[in-house]
Write a protein that binds this ligand. Sequence first.
Ligand code: AMP
Ligand code: ZN
Length: 469
Amino acid sequence: MIKIYNTLTRSKEEFKPIEPGKISMYVCGPTVYNFIHIGNARPMIVFDTVRRYFMYKGYDVNYVSNFTDVDDKIIKEAIEEGTTAEAVSTHYIEECRKDMAGMNILPATKNPQATQEISGMIQMIQTLIDKGYAYPAADGTVYYRTRKFQGYGKLSHKNIDDLEAGHRDIKVTGDLKEDPLDFVLWKPKKEGEPSWPSPWCDGRPGWHIECSVMSKRYLGSTIDIHAGGEDLIFPHHENEIAQSEAANGVPFAHYWMHNAFLKINNEKMSKSLGNFFTVREISEKYDLQVLRFFMLTTQYRKALNFSAELMESAKAGLTRITTAADLLRDRISKAADAPLTDEENKKLQALDGCRQNFEDAMDDDFNTADAITAIFDIVKFINTETDENSTKAYLDKIHSVFYQLSDVLGLILDKKDDDLDSEIEALIEERQAARKNKNFAKADEIRDKLLSMGIQLKDTREGVKWQRV
Ligand code: AMP
Ligand code: ZN
């Protein structure tokens, strides 16, 4: 049984999907005006891992995550770069996709973009106006009538009378609001800004309506899980609930999941504070697998402090894991094809225990920290409970559990070696071709290059063989 901490009820609840075996999940994505920073990477890694665990448990996950590609910050960046907002967002979406691939984040079922969904937004705003939940002001701005929505404040557990309007709303014409709590659904265009025609004015959508509309279009009116960083609880997610539930007349999401912040020197890492590292910067120093592993060493609802020491220790931890994978593969390649022995069968019970511990940890609101402990127990098992006499059947069983669980965390155990192997094979082929053409200098050069990579060649009657030295 999987338990999820639901921000809505402030408690861990047993997860029950709307439809058996299926999960609909919406994760608020980044605003694309620059390279993403590693704070933005935390929800990406965390919720990708949540998705992977559901898949491991046999669920079919429909995973939607948007790109916010129309926003004041994008427009500002475009003006600074002397280009269009579209050019800025297109460029950074592409860069973000590269970062996500580097962090081994599974491609979403769909990555909708706000600018491609404007007609749906106009429709939902019109529905809200028709139902009395929204009103156009004299200048064409459309506001949401916050106090009319009965459940306002239920996600952030705020009392409506204590509320101040959210800071992420751009107050275009605050004095035209009926109430200071009302927030913008549609705003009139300013000179030089991207805009779309609407029944109220040429303009663009507010940030919150985007997610309500994209979530409904790709996942339906009621979804299983809606997720994002904890700074989104208020006002973004609170406003999404107000919009969606008023427009659709049904609950918006059953479970609301929020990751805690990635911090640096105990402050939230953010673009506005300037205390951030981009994922791209980190990739120059580390394999992004290390960043992914680092993020998962702490349960997602706990704040995580970024430091060079912790990255180094993540790197060392990950190396312990991949080294065990190397050893296991090596043993498998040399193992006798014999059936499991009784003794091996007994030993495998301990491995089952590791799998159980892993699942118990993940079932408990995705406690990846404890899940990693279970992975380290498997590493220890490989190092102490296998040897050159182990049967292939036994080693294959260990391999299967080790790889399956590592994959839930998105850890790649042997990509490096595969890449290296194909590079070696290509060099050997090149050397063979050089020898055939009697270019012995070139052939020797390639042999020396391989030697410097720790690869020794042996010419045998069956052809060229290589080994690590
Ligand atoms: P933004 O581009 O600011 O809308 O953020 C995209 C996602 O990254 C949202 O889910 C944010 O909550 C999340 N996020 C931004 N900064 C951090 C941080 N320092 N730690 C964790 N999550 C963050
Ligand atoms: Zn959102």
